[in-house]
Design a protein around this ligand. Sequence first.
Ligand SMILES: C[S@@+](CC[C@H](N)C(=O)[O-])C[C@H]1O[C@@H](n2cnc3c(N)ncnc32)[C@H](O)[C@@H]1O
Length: 267
Amino acid sequence: MANQPATNRAQMPTAPNPVLERRTVENSNRNLLKYLKPGLSVLDVGCGSGAITRGIAEKTGPTGRVLGIDLSESLLAQALQNAADIPQLRFQQADIYSFDTDERFDLITCTRTLQWLAHPQEALARMKQLLKPGGHLAVLDYNHEKIQWTPEPPEAMQKFYAAFLTWRSDAGFDNAIADHLAGLMRNIGLANIHIDPQFETTHKEDPAFAVAGRLWSEVAEIRGPQLVEAGYITEAERLEAIRTYDDWLATVGESMQVYLLAVEAQV
Ligand SMILES: C[S@@+](CC[C@H](N)C(=O)[O-])C[C@H]1O[C@@H](n2cnc3c(N)ncnc32)[C@H](O)[C@@H]1O
């Protein structure tokens, strides 16, 4: 199991992904807002279905240039469909490890993607090469080990979550990548490194709690079958995690805080 190539586990399932679709710059990547001025050229690495990338293009306007790259053909097909009306927004299927272009960018953003890469420093070095002199790199990512639920979620979800983290680390992914980004950026000689906590907290009294809190049921629905197939949990355990967690959200669940850091630097 441990030798299964990381790229297999990084691959997104092909079905539409509601978690990606409900993200916007404002609700899920607000660290970018300070950069997004008309005329900016932006590369979005691991753009998924392009929901955030579209927002970036709207804010950089018709004089800007925005390119989203991703490994997933099916997510890019959705991205293209959602962006047909914005000519300055382009998408391309590419692997960040090997992606090349003559273009150089004012801003490179990489959100919730390095968590799926076994060699994040290599990817960051690639991004550094694609920046204009003085350009900004803005990475947003998780430390999955620092999630906080109040009270503890049901045992079946705790078991699923632990299996998810093991399945990820067995493929070489860093579950605590957020807290290692600044060091990786220092290693490749980036300057002006800045860390900005972007924790996403949702409470029972928020109207969004039922949707945002459901993130882990959605992970069990969307990613869970890959864990079952790889033998990390059984199908019955996956379904029990979803059922009991949904029940927890509707009854005793008080809050959830996901640990995310925006780590930004300049070349
Ligand atoms: C969790 S999604 C994040 C999507 C979007 N940035 C967001 O925050 O909603 C991670 C994305 O990284 C892409 N990805 C994984 N490995 C990649 C690689 N080596 N090169 C380019 N994209 C990659 C996946 O296909 C997936 O769409």
